[in-house]
Ligand binder design. Structure first.
Ligand SMILES: C[S@@+](CC[C@H](N)C(=O)[O-])C[C@H]1O[C@@H](n2cnc3c(N)ncnc32)[C@H](O)[C@@H]1O
Length: 250
C-alpha cells in the first residue's frame, strides 16, 4: 500500500514555492469551469480557482490536507520557528495541513528515532481525521473555559503557538477584518500565558488597519515581530501572517 504519511525523507529539501518548470507549466494550464444550472457564480469561481491552483495540486501530491501547509512551510523556511522536540499548539487546525507540518518539523510522530520527540496539539471547532503524531481536540477557542480545559491537558508551557483561525467570511471586508483581528488578539493573550521563554507566535491577520495595534502589543512581548505574506498566500487576499519571535519573560 502506498504510504502517504509521513512524507518522503527528501521532501523537506523541495522548495515550497512553485517554479516554472515544464511540468509546472503544464500544471499551470488553465482548467475552464462552465457554469452549471443551480450552481452559484461564487461556487463556480471557487471551483475554477481550486482547479487552477498549483498549491492545491502540490498539496495533494505531497499528502497535505490543505494548501495552507505551504504557508507554514514558507514561514518556517524563512524564520526557523520549529526544531525537533518542540511543543506546538495549532489553533484552528482543520483540516490539518499546519498540524501535519508541525508534526514533521518537531518529530512528534518520532519519525526520526534518534531525534527528540515533540508534541503537537491541534484545536478546532470542527472534527478532523486523525494525524499520526498530533493530539486533536474539538474546542471553541473563544469559550470562557477554554484556557482552563487546555491547561489541564497541557500541564506545561509550549514552544510555538500558531493561529490560522478564521471565521466564515461575511463578504463585508471591514467586519471580516475586525472578526479575524479579535481572534488573533485573543490568541496573542493566550500565547502570553502559555509560551515558554524564547517561544514563537504565528497568526493569520487580514490587512485593514487594526493589525498595527496588535503588532505594537506583540513588540512589547517578543524580541522580533514581522508581517509576512507567503508566496503561497493568494495575492488577491488581504491575508498575511504576523510572526513574533522569541517571547520575553516579564
Ligand atoms: C483557514 S482554516 C485553518 C486551516 C489549517 N491551518 C490547515 O492548514 O489546514 C481556519 C479554521 O479556523 C477554525 N476556527 C475559527 N474560529 C475558531 C474558534 N473560535 N475556535 C476554534 N477554531 C476556530 C475554523 O473552524 C477553520 O477550520
Amino acid at each position: 500500500m502506498k504510504k502517504k504519511y509521513p512524507l518522503k525523507k527528501n521532501d523537506k529539501k523541495i522548495s515550497t514555492s512553485i517554479k516554472k518548470t515544464k511540468k509546472n507549466t503544464d500544471r499551470l494550464l488553465k482548467v475552464n469551469v462552465k457554469t452549471a444550472k443551480g450552481r452559484k457564480i461564487s461556487s463556480t469561481n471557487w471551483l475554477r480557482r481550486q482547479l487552477n491552483d498549483p498549491y492545491v495540486k502540490l498539496a495533494k501530491e505531497r499528502g497535505y490536507r490543505s494548501r495552507a501547509a505551504f504557508k507554514l512551510l514558507e514561514i518556517n523556511e524563512k524564520f526557523c520557528i520549529f526544531k525537533f522536540g518542540d511543543s506546538v499548539i495549532d489553533l484552528g487546525c482543520a483540516p490539518g495541513g499546519w498540524s501535519q507540518v508541525a508534526v514533521e518539523k518537531t518529530n512528534s510522530n518520532l519519525d526520526k528515532l534518534k531525534e527528540k520527540q515533540g508534541r503537537v496539539i491541534g484545536i478546532d471547532l470542527k472534527p478532523i481525521l486523525a494525524i499520526n503524531g498530533a493530539e486533536i481536540y474539538i474546542f471553541d477557542f473563544l469559550e470562557d473555559n477554554f484556557e482552563k480545559e487546555i491547561g489541564e491537558i497541557l500541564n506545561h508551557k509550549v514552544d510555538n503557538i500558531l493561529s490560522d483561525m478564521a471565521s466564515n467570511s461575511t463578504g463585508h471586508k471591514k467586519s471580516d477584518h475586525l472578526k479575524i483581528m479579535a481572534l488573533c488578539e485573543s490568541a496573542a493573550f493566550f500565547a502570553f500565558n502559555y509560551l515558554n521563554e524564547g517561544g514563537n507566535f504565528v497568526a493569520k491577520v487580514l490587512a485593514g488597519g487594526a493589525e498595527m495595534e496588535l503588532q505594537n502589543l506583540l513588540k512589547k512581548k517578543f524580541k522580533k515581530v514581522i508581517n509576512f505574506k507567503p508566496k503561497s498566500s493568494r495575492s488577491d487576499s488581504s491575508e498575511k501572517y504576523v510572526v513574533a519571535l522569541k517571547f520575553k519573560k516579564d
